[in-house]
Design a protein around this ligand. Structure first.
Ligand SMILES: [Zn+2]
Length: 466
């Protein structure tokens, strides 16, 4: 009896290997070689505002159901708290100051760097993008895309399955596809199709519908700030706008549910790597303000990052990982495409992540005349924030203090924290030195799209683009 056990064990090992090899898309070197890719980026979704990430409101039953069979990163960190730099970092796997789209709507276009879609196009993929325009248009690697459907009318309120079919209408038979799908729905203004979570509040709903919550104003020196008269100071109002924001996420979730159902019903889900993420989060007064862009706190940097990869078992991952620069190398790895040799700053997130691995985030607030710059360094659950102008530092332990309410910076930091500070200051210096100067003239389509998002007021390009 005992002599038969090793033979039995060997037979089982053989069977398991064959089952893995026969899994859809799986081969000996990658979980899903030759599979399709869909990257879904829903603008302005906080990582901690999804139901399966512990949020108090169930904003995302469809997303959570679909990715319950996938890899969920609970602590994914964007490299920038606003749209253009974060998306360019997703496509190029470079930090904002490395790809250059990091200081405002008139920044020069992203440099000629290798990017996810150009690489896949060279690998024989049909590449397509559906997106909401504005900053995403500036970040998108258009040379690497066979098909682009874009404009501010592109939202998740549209028929997502219809948009998918439209983007892939010209795909030759037999070619795999790589699709980027983006919409601004949860971005200000907060105007959900319905309020999913509370009763109407007519006075506050009117403010939301008339775009009078959290608007930028232009000061006499040309700089911009959030207009204090558009910022409520009572808890009832602040909570209601947050609920409207959550309802926007729930609207998107319902639309994505229809897309996921289509992928599953047609069999596409079994041969497609699907990624769900966001470019940044949103502030609800955790550190005194609303909207995004201005700081590098967790309410702006913590984003969803979920992948469904045929051939890889479901996982919940708790490590802190760089979501934006990690996206391209991780997607390539999942598809069995070589990610090395492209000069990426990010790395494949599918494998084990050393807790000591360091990464960064940054913002350059382009409406501030003094060019406000803020930086953050992450190592494990330790996070150091640098406000570059005054040079002040804040240190947080995200494991015990996920919303950064307790600054641990002390006059006598530990050796590890001094090392983190040295690395962060060096990163900040590289960013300041590398920042491109000079503005470019925006086309009128982009001007109108940015104005509709509240980023350009009527004095900007008014004569040229009425
Ligand atoms: Zn955005």
């Amino acid at each position: 009896m005992t002599s038969r056990l090793p033979r039995l064990a060997a037979t089982w090992r053989c069977l398991v290997v064959w089952l893995v090899l026969l899994a859809p898309g799986a081969d000996a070197t990658s979980p899903c070689k030759g599979c399709n890719l869909i990257v879904i980026s829903v603008d302005t979704v906080r990582g901690d505002h999804l139901g399966c990430m512990g949020h108090v409101r169930d904003t995302s039953p469809e997303i959570c159901r679909f990715f319950a069979n996938g890899i969920v990163f609970e602590n994914a960190i964007s490299q920038s708290p606003w749209t253009g730099p974060a998306h360019a970092s997703m496509f190029t796997s470079l930090y904002p100051h490395e790809h250059g789209l990091n200081h405002g709507p008139k920044a020069p276009p992203v440099g000629d760097h290798p990017d996810l879609f150009s690489i896949l196009k060279r690998e024989g993929y049909f590449t397509a993008a559906i997106h909401g325009g504005a900053y995403v248009k500036q970040a998108l690697p258009t040379k690497g895309l066979d098909s682009i459907v874009a404009g501010k009318s592109i939202t998740f309120r549209r028929d997502t399955v219809g948009l998918l079919k439209r983007a892939l209408a010209d795909k030759p038979d037999g070619k795999p596809f790589a699709l980027f799908l983006h919409g601004y729905d949860p971005h200000l203004d907060y105007k959900p199709k319905r309020n999913w979570f509370t009763a109407p509040q007519p006075d506050l709903d009117a403010i939301a519908n008339e775009s009078r919550f959290c608007r930028y104003e232009t000061l006499p020196d040309g700089s911009k700030r959030i207009d204090p008269s558009t910022v409520p100071d009572d808890a009832r109002a602040r909570n209601h706008f947050e609920v409207l924001y959550d309802s926007e996420i729930r609207d998107v979730d319902r639309a994505l549910g229809r897309l996921f159902e289509h992928l599953e019903r047609t069999g596409l889900a079994a041969r497609t790597v699907v990624v769900f993420t966001s470019d940044h989060g949103e502030e609800f007064f955790e550190h005194g303000s609303c909207e995004h862009v201005k700081t590098v706190y967790q309410e702006l940097l913590h984003v969803p990052l979920m992948l469904r990869v045929p051939g890889i078992a479901p996982q919940r991952r708790r490590e802190f990982v760089p979501a934006s620069i990690g996206l391209a190398p991780t997607a390539l790895e999942a598809l069995g495409v070589e990610a090395a040799g492209h000069g990426f700053s990010g790395w494949n997130l599918l494998g084990p992540q050393p807790a000591t691995r360091l990464f960064f985030a940054e913002t350059s607030f382009h409406y501030d005349r003094a060019r406000l710059r803020r930086f953050a360094a992450f190592r494990g659950s330790r996070k150091l924030v640098l406000d570059h102008g005054p040079g002040t530092l804040e240190l947080f332990d995200l494991g015990s203090d996920p919303l950064e309410q307790r600054n641990l910076a002390q006059p006598t930091p530990s050796a590890a924290d001094r090392q983190l500070e040295k690395a962060l200051r060096a990163y900040a210096e590289r960013s300041v030195q590398a920042s491109k100067s000079g503005d470019v003239e925006l086309d009128c389509e982009t001007v109108r799209a940015l104005r509709s998002l509240g980023y350009l007021d009527d004095s900007d390009a008014l004569e040229r683009c009425p």
